[in-house]
Design a binder for this molecule. Structure first.
Ligand code: SAM
Length: 326
């Protein structure tokens, strides 16, 4: 709400409230309005706009179909009202932020926070084409500090699939707490990847990889050295809940959803080769090329491809929605 702006500066003249986003950040925001050539763009924008779906329009449609209900739940949990100021941390290509902007209406604002300048440039361009630029701020700052954002200046903080990339999660939660006004809400969605890890002795997706086990392990090792291996697996629903409580949120609710079963569809080998599971990961084809010689790759693919295309994988997935009040 607008009163949070004044709340950020109790000693100031209420008719002249301080900016929610410090001047330096606004300058930063307005500076990131150039779209760089594709070859120079960073991995975050490349993944969200291309590598996530491997250039496959059908896969993109399915991804957005899957994300729609998650977005709606994150927005509903944030309990937004017209006029609210929302901070969308790790805003990506605006899935949550633009939906929030519709709910807060013409008197509300959304601060799009990112660590990717290219995504901020993309968001700025989307906001300009939608005619909503004057209700948006763009801030280049990691979730862990949010330095340009004033204390107690926002009504809601939203995040979808961002903490999984954050090294210092408690520091990030502390900054969300700091920028929220009293009574402000935090609404989070995160996958719980620790639950999704194969159990001891369990084959990948339930497929029999034994005949190419040594090659399979080498391809897997490429993924195991990624920084996401740490940031995605260093928490689960319980530790997340404890961290949120630890930074001072008074009322916290968590909804945890776990599923064990079979996927809905047969994986497309070609799509897997072109796409990557997260912004910091190689595509399937890149991981194979990195780990195996061309001869080994041929043997590996001729075993794995028909196996994967023989039926849906066995899956194990966990995800969590958290909503908390300061
Ligand atoms: C999987 S994307 C999710 C994007 C968006 N929230 C959505 O719902 O589609 C993760 C985003 O988090 C951003 N990110 C990663 N680490 C971050 C950090 N430490 N602080 C802020 N944003 C971060 C990335 O640039 C990326 O856009």
């Amino acid at each position: 709400m607008a009163d949070t702006v004044a709340a950020g500066n109790p000693d100031g003249d209420p008719r002249d409230p301080p900016p929610i986003v410090a001047t330096a950040a606004n300058q930063y925001g307005s500076g990131v309005n150039t779209i760089r050539p594709v070859a120079l763009r960073d991995r975050w924008v490349e993944w969200l706009l291309h590598r996530r779906h491997g250039g496959d329009a059908e896969q993109l449609r399915r991804t957005l179909e899957f994300l729609g209900p998650i977005r709606d739940r994150v927005i509903a949990n944030a309990r937004l009202s017209p006029g609210d100021v929302v901070l969308d941390v790790g805003a990506g290509d605006g899935l949550i932020g633009f939906a929030a902007l519709e709910v807060v209406g013409p008197t509300g604002r959304v601060i799009f926070d990112e660590i990717s300048e290219d995504l901020l440039a993309h968001l700025r361009q989307l906001a300009a084409s939608a005619g909503v630029l004057e209700r948006c701020d763009f801030v280049l700052t990691p979730a862990e500090d949010l330095v340009p954002i004033a204390d107690a200046s926002v009504d809601a903080v939203t995040l979808r699939s961002v903490l999984i990339y954050v090294e210092r999660k408690s520091a990030a939660l502390q900054s969300f707490y700091r920028v929220l006004r009293s009574g402000g809400r935090l609404s989070i969605f995160e996958p719980i990847n620790r639950f999704g890890q194969p159990r001891q002795g369990e084959a990948f997706g339930g497929y029999d990889v034994a005949p190419v086990k040594e090659l399979y392990d080498r391809v897997q090792a490429v993924y195991e050295t990624l920084p996401t291996q740490r940031t995605m697996l260093d928490f689960d629903e319980r530790t997340l809940l404890e961290m949120i409580e630890g930074v001072g949120f008074t009322s916290i609710k968590m909804s945890y959803e776990a599923e064990i079963g079979f996927g809905k569809e047969i994986p497309s080998w070609d799509r897997m080769m072109r796409s990557s599971p997260n912004p910091l990961a190689p595509t399937g084809a890149e991981a194979i090329a990195q780990a195996l010689t061309p001869q080994e790759a041929e043997r590996y693919v001729s075993h794995m491809r028909p196996l994967l295309e023989s039926g849906p994988p066995r899956i194990r997935s966990g995800m969590v929605y958290v909503f908390a009040t300061k």
